[in-house]
Design a protein around this ligand. Structure first.
Ligand code: FES
Ligand SMILES: [Fe+2]
Length: 371
C-alpha cells in the first residue's frame, strides 16, 4: 500500500471515530461568526474556512454576494472546494453535480438519464447564511440538524462615530479552547505582566482599581469611565483634545468585546472576537476604526505587539492545560470570567426551556482589583 493511501485510510478511520457522538465541544451555535477576511476571496476562487469544526467552502457570486456551504459534497463527501465555480453554481469535482451557490440546492446531476425519476431539487448541499461587514465574511452557524429561524439577528457591525476614519484589521490564532480564549480576552489582571512595555505601562504602575459593571442583553458593560490613568495612549488622547476621555467596554455572547474611547470630537472604536475554529483552536479577529491623528502603520505596530504578547502567553498556557490541571477563578479579578460561564449556561438553559434567559447579574456592581 502506498504511503499516500495509508495516510488517507488512517485519516478516514480517525474521521469515522470523530463522527461518532462526541463530548460537548462547548460551542455556542446560532450566532454569526467571522469566517475570514473579505479580501481572501479572489474572483471566482473557492476559499476554505472552518467554524465550530464545520468545514466551509466560501466564495462570491458574479453579483458580488458572498456564500458559504459545508465543504462536503452530499453525494460522496469530497470537499466542494476542489470543484469549479462559474459565478453562480459550484460543480463537484467527482461526478459533476452542480449546486446553486446561494441556496445550496442541487441543480444538475450529469449521470441521470431521461429514465431517472430522481427529484434533484430535493438534494441540497449544507448551506449557511453569509454576509460581509467591515471587511469580514460572517457566517451564521445554526446548530446541526436545526432549521434557520425566520428572522436572523443582525450581523455584528463595528460602531463608527463619523464619516471619515481610518480602519485596520489584525488576527492571531490561539491553540486554545474557545472558553480560554474568551476569558483571556476579558481578564483584567494580566495587563501589567503580559503587556508591560515602556510606552504602555510598567509592572510598577500596578494600582488598585474600582470599575462599575452593568448587565446588558447577553453580556455586561464596563460602564463609561475615565480610563486607567497609567496608560500612555489615553493620556495622549486627553492631551490632544483637552477634554476628558470616556471608555465603554462591552462583552456580549457569543464572543464579542467592543471598546469605544471618546474625547471631544476624537474617537476610537474597536472590536475583538474570539472565534472557535476547532475545540483546541480559536482565532482572535481584531478590527479598529478611529479618527485620531494616528497613522494606521503606527497603530498596527502596537496592536501587533499586544496580540503577540497574548498569543505567546496562550501558547504557553496550552502547554500546561494539556495535562488537565485543576484551575480556579477568584474574586474580583476573575468575576467577568465567571459571568461569561454563567451567561453561556443561562443562554443554553433558556434555549432548552424556552423561558427567558436568566442573567447572572441583577444590577450594577463595582469590582475591585489591582492592575
Ligand atoms: S461526490 Fe460530488 S458529485 Fe459525486
Ligand atoms: Fe491581553
Amino acid at each position: 500500500m502506498s504511503e499516500a493511501v495509508r495516510a488517507a485510510l488512517e485519516s478516514s478511520v480517525e474521521g469515522l471515530a470523530e463522527s461518532a457522538p462526541k463530548a460537548d465541544t462547548g460551542f455556542l451555535w446560532d450566532f454569526w461568526y467571522p469566517a475570514m477576511r473579505s479580501e481572501e476571496i479572489h474572483g471566482k476562487d473557492l476559499a476554505k474556512a472552518m467554524l465550530l469544526e464545520v468545514p466551509l467552502v466560501i466564495g462570491r457570486t458574479s453579483e458580488g454576494k458572498a456564500f458559504a456551504m459545508r465543504d462536503a459534497c452530499p453525494h460522496r463527501g469530497i470537499p466542494l472546494s476542489y470543484g469549479h465555480f462559474d459565478g453562480n453554481s459550484v460543480q463537484c469535482s467527482y461526478h459533476g453535480w452542480e449546486f446553486d451557490a446561494c441556496s445550496g440546492k442541487c441543480t444538475l446531476i450529469p449521470s441521470l438519464t431521461s429514465h431517472d425519476r430522481l427529484k434533484i431539487e430535493r438534494i441540497s448541499a449544507g448551506h449557511y447564511p453569509c454576509e460581509e461587514r467591515d471587511g469580514y465574511v460572517w457566517v451564521y452557524m445554526n446548530a446541526p440538524g436545526t432549521r434557520l429561524p425566520e428572522k436572523l439577528p443582525a450581523v455584528p457591525e463595528l460602531e463608527k462615530f463619523g464619516e471619515k476614519y481610518k480602519m485596520t484589521r489584525l488576527e492571531c490564532e490561539l491553540p486554545s479552547h474557545i472558553d480560554h480564549g474568551i476569558i483571556g480576552l476579558m481578564d483584567p489582571a494580566h495587563g501589567p505582566f503580559v503587556h508591560q512595555s515602556w510606552f504602555w505601562r510598567s509592572k510598577a504602575s500596578i494600582h488598585e482599581k474600582a470599575k462599575q459593571f452593568e448587565p446588558i442583553p447577553y453580556g455586561f458593560r464596563m460602564s463609561p469611565h475615565k480610563p486607567s490613568a497609567n496608560s500612555a495612549p489615553y493620556k495622549l488622547l486627553a492631551k490632544m483634545t483637552g477634554e476628558t476621555v470616556t471608555t465603554t467596554i462591552d462583552f456580549v455572547l457569543p464572543n464579542i468585546r467592543t471598546e469605544t474611547d471618546r474625547s471631544g470630537k476624537l474617537w476610537f472604536s474597536s472590536r475583538a472576537t474570539v472565534t472557535p475554529v476547532k475545540r483546541d483552536l480559536c482565532r482572535i479577529d481584531f478590527v479598529a476604526a478611529w479618527n485620531l491623528p494616528v497613522p494606521v502603520s503606527i497603530f498596527r505596530i502596537f496592536a501587533k505587539l499586544f496580540l503577540r504578547q497574548d498569543q505567546e502567553t496562550m501558547i504557553q498556557q496550552a502547554e500546561g492545560l494539556k495535562h488537565n490541571p485543576k484551575l480556579m477563578l477568584i474574586d474580583d479579578a476573575d468575576r467577568p470570567a465567571k459571568w461569561y460561564f454563567a451567561l453561556k449556561q443561562g443562554l443554553l438553559e433558556s434555549r432548552r426551556s424556552g423561558l427567558p434567559m436568566v442573567h447572572p447579574m441583577d444590577g450594577p456592581v463595582t469590582l475591585r482589583w489591582r492592575s
